[in-house]
Write a protein that binds this ligand. Structure first.
Ligand SMILES: Nc1cc(-c2ccc3ccn(Cc4ccccc4)c3c2)n[nH]1
Length: 239
């Protein structure tokens, strides 16, 4: 899997060399390429923004640098196997199932906007050439797309076959299909007693049936408390 990042702050992606994603890069599972959008400007000030047509506050990212960067990084041929991701507050909420779908992609290009956003013709052009995803991380406002690109990268790469040492652990995570779309139950490890707080006895009983039942009950309880929106979905085991 090749991952490209287009941004006016490409150094944001240096962190990928440190983390787990860095290991995947070393193992050849993923290739990481960060690019400075200003490399595709031609004026002395390396300008990437301009005032919004129709007025309004803030600045909008000009289409020209994006188009030239696309030509060089992706090419001028249409290819639906290339996934181009535009993080945006107006995007579709990013989900675990979207991460799972993207984990089989061979090529993902993250377009990280700043200012008030990117000229919409850039997205329209990308849609005419590749498979485009406008995604939101959640209902809160970031200053640009870089943090969202990092989060999406981690969610996707950890699902790439061969990346996780123990793929079985993926099945038990919150939001995974194996968890029936429920939140993960509380976790404990040694010591059994810590600052007057004890591990639930059932977990020390060695009785696998009771342990499984306790964990299920805890997942249902937590999901009902914190994410009632998940309790009605078809994928959840509770209705
Ligand atoms: N989930 C999520 C995504 C973003 C996001 C993504 C890309 C950009 C590019 C510029 N901004 C700043 C901005 C703030 C408010 C309104 C419009 C643009 C971005 C924010 N915020 N929150």
């Amino acid at each position: 899997m090749r991952l490209d990042y287009l941004s006016i702050f490409p150094a944001y992606f240096d962190v990928l060399d440190i983390s787990l994603v860095g290991k995947a890069a070393i193992n050849g599972l993923v290739e990481i390429h960060a690019h400075d959008l200003r490399d595709w400007t031609h004026d002395r000030h390396r300008t990437v923004d301009d005032t919004p047509c129709g007025g309004g506050a803030g600045m909008v990212m000009k289409p020209d640098p994006w188009g030239e960067a696309f030509d060089e990084i992706i090419g001028t041929e249409s290819d639906p196997s290339v996934h181009v991701i535009f993080p945006a507050p107006s995007g579709t909420p990013f989900t675990q199932s979207a991460a799972a779908e993207l984990s089989s992609a061979q090529r993902i290009v993250f377009c990280c906007g700043r200012y008030e956003g990117i000229d919409h013709r850039v997205i329209d052009y990308a849609r005419s050439m590749w498979t485009v995803h406008e995604v939101s991380l959640g209902d809160y406002v970031l200053n640009g797309g870089e943090v969202a690109a990092l989060a999406i990268t981690e969610a996707v790469v950890r699902l790439v076959p061969g990346f996780m040492g123990n793929p079985e652990s993926l099945a038990e995570e919150s939001f995974s299909a194996g968890q029936d779309g429920l939140l993960e139950y509380p976790l404990f490890t040694r010591p059994v007693s810590w600052r007057g707080l004890d591990v639930p006895e059932v977990l020390m009983s060695g009785h696998h049936g009771r342990i499984a039942s306790w964990r299920r009950d805890e997942s249902v309880r937590l999901t009902r408390e914190r994410r009632p929106d998940l309790t009605d979905s078809d994928s959840s085991g509770i209705h």
